[in-house]
Design a protein around this ligand. Structure first.
Ligand SMILES: *[C@@H]1O[C@H](CO)[C@@H](O)[C@H](O)[C@H]1NC(C)=O
Ligand SMILES: *[C@@H]1O[C@H](CO)[C@@H](O)[C@H](O)[C@H]1NC(C)=O
Length: 150
């Protein structure tokens, strides 16, 4: 039988000042998870270089694309995506963003998706920003549509 792993409970607790965190920790009976995770000092967000984290990315028109922006840190950073004009990228028909914010997925790229993106990983210690430049190949079809098979 598969026993589901308990979710780590330290992230919210670690936002309390250390003495309270330790008190909550001992009251909360979290010894099974190991109290040592409460003692990790605040760490600014740092990006984890995974697949899809290269700064310059190209995708063919109507192609799918995944950008990743995983970050470590303590407390665990929150990741937000921004468009080149500084507006937040919203999850919707065109873009889907994973619940923790670390993955931005474009199911079908359009010419208007090309440009600069930024992801910001923030925690109470610092903000870190990473930029992406997305090139949607097939732009010339815009100008010479008759010669274009798309
Ligand atoms: C990414 O693209 C930008 C502008 O298009 C260019 O200046 C930069 O050198 C490129 N970086 C890499 C790593 O290719
Ligand atoms: C991170 O950025 C936000 C928005 O610009 C700002 O309000 C906040 O103070 C920053 N946090 C840190 C730790 O610099």
């Amino acid at each position: 039988m598969v026993v589901p792993k308990p979710l780590p409970t330290w992230a919210p607790v670690s936002q309390f000042p250390l003495p309270f965190a330790l008190l909550l920790c001992s009251l909360g009976g979290c010894f099974a998870n190991g109290c040592s995770s409460f003692l990790v000092p605040p760490v600014p967000p740092e990006f984890i270089q995974g697949p899809g984290s290269k700064p310059n990315i190209s995708v063919s028109l109507h192609g799918a694309l995944t950008l990743t922006c995983e970050a470590s840190g303590n407390p665990l950073p929150v990741v937000t995506w921004f468009w080149k004009n500084g507006h937040p990228v919203a999850s919707g028909d065109t873009y889907s963003i994973s619940p923790d914010g670390s993955i931005l997925h474009i199911t079908q790229s359009a010419l208007s998706d090309a440009g600069r993106y930024a992801c910001v990983a923030s925690n109470s210690v610092a903000n870190q920003t990473k930029h992406y430049v997305l090139d949607v190949l097939g732009t010339r079809c815009f100008w010479i549509k008759a010669m274009c098979w798309v």
